[in-house]
Write a protein that binds this ligand. Structure first.
Ligand code: NAD
Ligand code: WQD
Length: 347
């Protein structure tokens, strides 16, 4: 079925989470009809209220508290709405936790995706955009940014769930005509909506660099731990490719429109193509918030590598996607969100 703003609903799984909620906002502002499912295991409903305000909606965003493990509840949602396509964010995503609880990660992420694909098949919905990750690439840096054709290989159960889910979707596309699927491999998402009313709301002490830095900036945490100062990079700290969450959200809508062209199975990296070190990120955030962010120099974090950079050429050439927001804006927006919502959505 062609994807357009009037062709049916877009089901967004994990749509109350960080990237999902920003994508729901962009979808709605671009005229798509959206229905959100989420089990609220790592989020709350408040982002939907913020979306309604920002988009000037007079009605609530359709939302169903559904766990992807519950096939019947999922079926009910497909019965109630004429769904044309799915943007699938719902997953557990903490790398360290996945090492402690691998089975929970396989059950939630992989079995959840199988259920979703089954129900999509039952209801003849065969368009899916999937949240994948740069973590699926083999963790070595050979001096070149990563292309979609780079060798794959994961070092954590979380990463393997992403790779297995990609493969499950690929096999379904290969087995039956009519499926269209786009895998989006994100690099390091950060930032927040420019209004400062939506952003990332970690439920625990953040694992990722930028939410940690912003919680130090607001005084909730004492000091940033810089993991490793002896990497082969310009200042010895790790280099990553950070991408603004609103750029990422816009890329999903571009991908969704592309599904209508019936290209089967495609993979795109989403990053900027430029890298920043940990110290550069801390300094950029210090500038954005106008205060010195304290940090300590600590040993390497196990499993980390020097540099992970995106080659964004395919997304630019095929999707026409390039990032529009720079590091300064990422930090300014992140700080605006953190400052006006010191305790996230429960502020
Ligand atoms: P998030 O935790 O904020 O959002 C995920 C949402 O999915 C949450 O609201 C959670 O409650 C929901 N969820 C989890 N399991 C579910 C289930 N079984 N049924 C229904 N809902 C469920 O995470 P995010 O940062 O917005 O990430 C979104 C997606 O992007 C994830 O698939 C993640 O693996 C992927 N990704 C994230 C990053 C990142 O750094 N944030 C990088 C690459 C890929
Ligand atoms: C970035 C840099 C750290 C925290 C992870 C996942 C990946 C993907 C994105 C989902 C590294 C350093 C970090 C801190 C630090 N997620 N750092 N102090 O490791 O590139 O990727 O998130 O798919 O799968 O692995 O991101 O933000 O954790 O780290 O010095 O407190 O910051 O060593 O160099 P990473 P990150």
């Amino acid at each position: 079925m062609a994807i357009s703003t009037d062709s049916g609903y877009v089901l967004v799984t994990g749509g109350t989470g960080f990237i999902g909620s920003h994508t729901v906002l962009v979808l709605i502002t671009q005229g798509f009809r959206v229905v959100v499912v989420d089990n609220l295991s790592n989020s709350c409903e408040e982002p939907l209220r913020r979306i309604e305000k920002l988009a000037g909606l007079s009605e609530p965003v359709p939302f169903h508290k559904v766990d992807l493990g519950d096939r019947d509840a999922l079926r009910d949602v497909f019965r109630r709405y004429p769904i044309a396509s799915v943007v699938h964010f719902a997953a557990l995503k903490a790398v360290g936790e996945s090492v402690q609880k691998p089975l929970a990660y396989y059950r939630n992420n992989v079995a959840g995706t199988l259920n979703l694909m089954d129900v999509m098949t039952e209801f003849a919905v065969r368009n899916i955009v999937f949240s994948s990750s740069a973590t699926v690439y083999e963790a070595v840096y050979e001096g070149h940014p990563l292309r979609e054709t780079n060798p794959l290989g994961c070092t954590s159960p979380y990463g393997r769930t992403k790779l297995y889910m990609e493969n499950i979707i690929k096999d379904a596309v290969d087995a039956e005509a009519g499926w269209n699927a786009i895998m989006l491999r994100y690099f390091n998402p950060t930032g927040a909506h420019e209004s400062g009313t939506m952003g990332e709301d970690p439920q625990q002490i953040p694992n990722n660099l930028m939410p940690y830095v912003s919680q130090v900036a607001i005084g909730k945490l004492e000091s940033v731990h810089v993991f490793g100062t002896d990497y082969n990079t310009r200042d010895g700290t790790g280099v990553r490719d950070y991408i603004h969450v609103m750029d990422l959200a816009e890329a999903h809508v571009i991908a969704l429109r592309r599904l209508a062209e019936n290209n089967g199975y495609e993979i795109f990296n989403l990053g900027s193509g430029t890298g920043q070190t940990v110290l550069e990120m801390i300094h950029a955030m210090s500038e954005a918030c106008g205060r010195v962010i304290p940090y300590t120099l600590d040993p390497r974090r196990p499993g980390d590598i020097d540099t992970i950079l995106c080659d964004p050429q395919k997304a630019t050439e095929v999707l026409g996607f390039t990032v529009r927001r720079d590091l300064k804006q990422m930090c300014a927006d992140l700080w605006r969100w953190q400052q006006s919502n010191p305790n996230g959505y429960s502020s």
